[in-house]
Structures are given as C-alpha cells and as structure tokens.
Design a protein around this ligand. Sequence first.
Ligand code: SF4
Length: 449
Amino acid sequence: MNKESHQEKVDKINGVSPSFCLAKWTQVTLDLLHGTNHSCHHPKRHIIDEAAIEKDPWALHNTAFKKEVREQMLNGIRPKECGYCWNIEDTPGEHHSDRIVKSLDPWSYPFLDDVLACGSKGNYAPQYLEVMFDNACNFACSYCLADISSSIKKEMQDFGRYPIQRYHHRMEDPEWKRSFKAKDNPFVTAFWKWLPEIWEKLLVFRITGGEPLLSKHTYKVLDYCLEHPQKNLELAVNSNLGVDRERIERFLGLIEEVKAKDAIKSFGLYVSVDSVGSQAEYIRQGLNYDFFIHNLQIFLESKACKKVTLMVTFSVLSLPKIHELVKEVEKLKKTYPHLVLDMSYLREPEYLRANIAGEEYSTSIIKALEVMDKSEVFSDFEKNKCRRIYHWLKEPIEEQEKASLRADFFSFVNEYDRRYGKNFLKTFPELKNFYIECKKARFLSGQAP
Ligand code: SF4
C-alpha cells in the first residue's frame, strides 16, 4: 500500500475545504465545573446546554453550536472562533497553522473517513479528550482567569477588577455562572455516564485544571483506568509541578502502578513555563523555578513517563529570555530526548501579547531560533512552532490599538506588582524602555492614574 506523503495529506484536508479542521470533531476540552466546552483549545469556550445533556450525554461534546461550526468548516467558511489559526495562515511565509498540525496528528488523520461520515449533524466520539474537573489551583499566573484558578478567584474577591480598559480580564465570566452545587454538578454526572460509551475509541485522555494533582477526580480517573484497562490509551495530565513533594511522589507512584499493571498504553505529562528564573516566576505567580526544574527531572527520570511536554505560552514577558529557556531545554533534551518543547503565542489577554512591544524586542527569539537550528536535539515540529511565533511577531498592529494595549499593560503590571509584592522593572530591566513607552501611552489615553 502506498504511504501518503505529508503534502498529500495536507492536500486531502484542504480538499475537503480550506477551512476544514479535524480537531473540531476529534478533539474536545470539557470544563465540567462551568459546563462549557471548546474544540480545539484555541477558540473561546461555549456553554453546554444543561437540558440537552440530561437527555443525551453526547451533547457534552456535540453541542448545537459546534454542529453549526462544523457545517461552516465543511462548506469552506472560516469560523470566527478559530481566529488563532486564521492569523497564522494569513501571515507570509511557509508555515502551517494548527488546523493542519492537529488535522494530521495521529489522533485525527486516521479518522478522516469517520468524521466525513458523521458530517455536521451526527454525534462524534472524540479521540482526544481533555477534561477540567475543577479549578483548585495554587498558582495565579499573569495571563490566567478566575474561572480556571481558585487562587485568582480569591485575588479578584480580595482586590476587585484591575484598573484597565479591558476590565473583564481575570474576572469570572458571568455567562458561565451556573446555579448548582459542586456535589450535584450535572456535567460531572453526564460525563461519567458518557465515558464508558467513548472509552474504547479514546486515544488520549488528558486532565487539566486548575491543578489536577490537587483534584480528587484525577485519582478517580486513575482508579477507572485500573478497573477498565484500555491498551490504546495515552493518559496525560497537565501540572504546574508546584505542589508539595509528598503529593508529587504519591502521584508518580500511582502512575507507575497503572503503567506496571498495563492498564494504559502510556502516560504523558504536560508542564508550563514561559521564561527562566525570576522572570518565569513573575509570569506564573506561585512558581518556584528551581523546584519546578527539580520536579521536572523526577518525571523525566521515571520509566512510567515516556513523554513530557514543556509548553510555553509566549507573551510579551517571554521576550527577554526565551533563548535562555531554549538553552535550558536543549541541556535537558540531551539527557532526556523524550522532552518536547511546544511553543504557542498568547492571545488573551491582548495587552500581554508579545507583538505589542515591537520588532526591536525580537532579539531573544532570533537567538532562540539560532540555538535550535544549530542543535541536533530539536525536531522540525519544535523549530516550526518557534519560527511561526517569530513571523507572527512581525505582523503590524494598528497604532491606536497598540497604544490602548500598551496603556493597559502599564496599568496591569503596576497593579499586579502591588497585589503580589513584585517589581516589574527590577525583574525585567530589558523591558525598561518599553515600560516607559507604555507609561506614556497610559498618560495619553487620559485614564485616571
Ligand atoms: S481551525 Fe485551529 S483553532 Fe479551529 S479547531 Fe482547528 S486547530 Fe483549533
């Protein structure tokens, strides 16, 4: 049988339509705490109809809204919610958006015929399921939200909204407020009804949060795996690796048990860090960088953990030292080749986007690309993810919009400093001139100081 080339696969996806993406069917992230979902993780989450899942738990993934979006994709219309990919596809240069990357993933491409048979009206059993059971989290990262982190929820209750124009950021989304109590959550009930029906088709089951190591549901999933072995399943967990040592050791012990009993095919760990040292700690409030690297090495050493992905959410605060992080990863990859670097640009909140700074601040990402190109340890996937951020950074922003985002940036970091006893200028001396520009923009915006 002829093996299809990469280009033939790309042509087949684009042949369905230039806006077609398999991830709209094959992948889903469910937020069971608020009853929302998105496919893939880039678009904004939308509400799941409570009445619909009571009748049929398949509506957890196959919502009426998603079916409309699938219809648009099949008809060559670009769904508005997938702007993350259209931005990349509209920038000059040779690079694929996640629409192609995700459509060609092993959990997507082999299911092209099933997806086309399902069409826009049917219910599809996802291959890649990500679930957020709750929002208990010990971190309060600069770009995160009260709905996702209990620490940010508390911060917003204690201090209120930030004095910025885009004041809704970090606040709880009123649209997602539901009236049930945690123990009667209908989405969790529907989920446990639905899981046995899709279990055999699943290839990846990923738990996110909050911090999953703090959630009792994570341990319930491990029990489920032991009771219902699934030989094709990659179980994956996102973690900030910032919980106490005992919890980390206990969790790793359970993973080793699940793996030793052959209850799953493999285990993957996803961790996040966006710079090095004190700059990384500034971005992710709660992070202790050295403790993080230490814990990362514990997982990298474990035979039960065959894949570890280090995710970078590239914001304006990643600009000064991204090359140092890439060097750190290079060093680790030499000993642990199963460590994967996965970089994405930050979209929300807009005032932390890296492209508000200007091209003169791109030196570090150019150095990062040089490190990757010279090194033998980075794959094309890793280099391409970094390269496309570099191209995206060069995209101009309309001047008035840029001034407004810079004004918000200035107000945000000052307030964030106040709330957490941080010092932006001391931590990011490389961004001093940018900070002054932002201060001017804030002054000219006429907002109260
Ligand atoms: S088109 Fe892009 S944003 Fe939309 S589902 Fe596919 S990968 Fe995600």
